[in-house]
Write a new protein. Structure first.
Length: 99
């Protein structure tokens, strides 16, 4: 009878350990599910913040805008030179008229 009791006690101990393990695994599973939902919410927020244009989609547009800016600055400098040349010519003409 002692052998049967020892076997039952060992079996009871294993059942207790398995029950504890199942409890810990269930707790961990709940924690992981909550973390997954939190990460999904953050992902949705980031996707919404990014809008329809991803960063890669904006790079070509940024390059085009930078090229346009450079072109406009070059035009501005050319116009400024032309205005200065015209002013210099006007100054010469003014001197000629008043001379």
């Amino acid at each position: 009878m002692s052998g049967v009791m020892a076997d039952l006690a060992a079996l009871e101990e294993r059942v207790r350990k398995v029950t504890e393990l199942v409890g810990r695994l269930r707790d961990e599973n709940r924690s992981l599910e909550a973390e997954r939902e939190n990460l999904r919410a953050k992902l949705r927020a980031l996707e919404a913040a990014a809008g329809k244009h991803a960063a890669e989609d904006l790079k070509p547009r940024m390059k085009a805008l930078e090229a346009e800016r450079t072109s406009l600055l070059d035009e501005r400098r050319a116009l400024a030179r032309r205005v200065e040349e015209m002013l210099a010519k006007l100054a010469v003409l003014e001197k000629a008229v008043h001379a």
